[in-house]
Design a protein around this ligand. Structure first.
Ligand code: TYD
Length: 205
């Protein structure tokens, strides 16, 4: 039987990292082994692609180049890590996956359907079972990044207008895939958010 594929999504500065730690703890407490991984990256090839994509020097990067690099990193990730783990019946938890491309490149960069098409080749049948979407107003998220991070990457450097489009994209995806995407109010307290995620995880496993 295929394993369980969980992804976590959200705009920059939405508190995703904190909740990822909580998700890891959830499975640890239950003695369930998970394969934890992230995008862009997750494999040696993917991590090399990540460096190119996020490099602040590459201001000239064309949006389609960007979309294809994310998809290329994902194709390798699915082939090398995610696909084999799910085929072996494991639980896979991934920090960002295809919805990031649909939101950032599809909506943020206005590439629309092209992003769905190229990614269908990367993702193949390994569509997530559950996706937690951390929902936070981009005004708040962007402010948090600027306060907390000295070195912002190429995507984080984008203007607020870009981050607003990305967020609209995420909300659209939540409406489009209500059975898969679980929206989480990321303006709540850290513990409240954790409890909500744990409730959903209990339901799933
Ligand atoms: P990362 O450092 O992983 O950010 P975070 O800690 O917020 O997850 O950087 C990934 C950046 O790349 C982030 O700004 C989101 C963006 N991204 C895309 O634009 N498309 C994608 O397909 C993925 C996976 C990420």
């Amino acid at each position: 039987m295929r394993g369980l594929f969980i992804t976590i999504e959200g705009p920059d500065g939405s508190g995703k990292s904190t909740q990822i730690e909580n998700i890891k703890k959830f499975f640890e407490n239950k003695n369930i082994d998970i394969v934890f991984t992230r995008e862009p990256g997750g494999t040696p090839i993917g991590e090399s692609i990540r460096e190119i994509i996020l490099d602040n020097r590459f201001k000239e990067m064309d949006p389609m180049t960007e979309a294809m690099l994310y998809a290329a990193s994902r194709a390798q990730h699915v082939a090398e890590i995610i696909g084999p783990a799910l085929d072996a019946g494991k639980v896979v938890v991934c920090d960002r996956f295809v919805d990031s491309s649909l939101a950032y490149q599809g909506y943020g960069r206005n590439l629309g359907e092209a992003v769905e098409i190229i990614n269908s080749y990367a993702v193949r049948e390994y569509v997530p079972d559950v996706t937690f979407l951390m929902k936070l107003d981009p005004d708040v998220g962007k402010h948090r990044i600027e306060e907390n991070r000295e070195n912002q990457d190429r995507l984080e450097h984008e203007k607020l207008a870009f981050h607003k489009k990305v967020y609209e994209g995420y909300l659209e995806l939540e409406r489009k895939f209500p059975d898969r995407i679980v929206g989480i109010d990321a303006s709540l307290g850290i513990d409240e958010i954790r409890d909500e995620i744990y409730r959903k995880l209990e339901e799933i496993i």
